[in-house]
Design a protein around this ligand. Structure first.
Ligand SMILES: [Zn+2]
Length: 217
């Protein structure tokens, strides 16, 4: 049995972070889930729960796959230089599935991204994947919004970028103050999206259904 082999590949049970910190093994993670089940008041050895620690750990791999991906490399790899297209590009209604870092429960919503290219554009699927890299981490919505906008600004260097996220936090809707139907809207505007009112208005108009759908909350 080769327990010494420690790599950074997903398929291996022990992962090492980019900063060299070794993550707990899958067995340790499953044992932690067993502890939580017992702490909640149930028996992790009863039939329905026997496979649960393994399933939870597998779900965590999916929920938090973003820690294994580099958002800068994702965008940098595919940009095309010297494009002549210099109109606003908007991708709206990107499905958002993330987890809040305070309770590790889902944040579900939509992301809208707009940018005004200055020589570099990326395929729209890259923007959706960029959202996913940051969403599949433990997050707060404000940070998530900034990270998406800042990465686009840093890598593509457009003349402006805007990111708007509208999302419902299940830690608010199913526990604590229990406010179903409330969604939170955050935005980050950079460059011309911040400084030029016309550009900002064009972006907001393009994602316009937002104001009609958020019913003033
Ligand atoms: Zn929360």
């Amino acid at each position: 049995m080769d327990t010494a082999a420690v790599g950074s590949r997903l398929s291996e049970s022990v992962l090492t972070n980019s900063d060299g910190r070794q993550r707990p093994s899958q067995a340790e993670a499953e044992s932690a889930v067993r502890t939580l089940i017992k702490w909640a008041g149930d028996d992790p050895d009863r039939e329905g729960l026997v496979g649960t620690p393994e399933r939870v750990v597998r779900a965590y791999k999916e929920f938090f796959a973003g820690y294994n991906k580099d958002p800068v490399a994702l965008l940098a790899k595919t940009f095309e230089e010297r494009t002549v297209y210099d109109e606003m590009i908007v991708l709206r209604d990107i499905r958002l599935e993330s987890h809040c870092e305070h309770h590790i429960v889902p944040i579900l919503g939509k992301v809208h991204i707009g940018y005004l290219p200055a020589g570099r554009v990326v395929g729209i699927s890259k923007l959706a994947r960029l959202v996913e890299v940051f969403a599949k981490r433990m997050q707060i919505q404000e940070t998530l919004t900034s990270q998406i906008a800042d990465t686009i600004q840093d890598v593509l260097k457009p003349s402006g970028v805007g990111v708007v996220i509208e999302a419902a936090h299940q830690c608010m809707t199913t526990r604590g103050i229990r406010k179903p139907g409330v969604s939170m809207v955050t935005s980050r505007m950079l460059g011309s999206f911040r400084d030029d009112l016309t550009t900002r208005r064009e972006f907001i108009a393009t994602i316009g259904h937002l104001s009609s759908g958020s019913n003033g909350s």
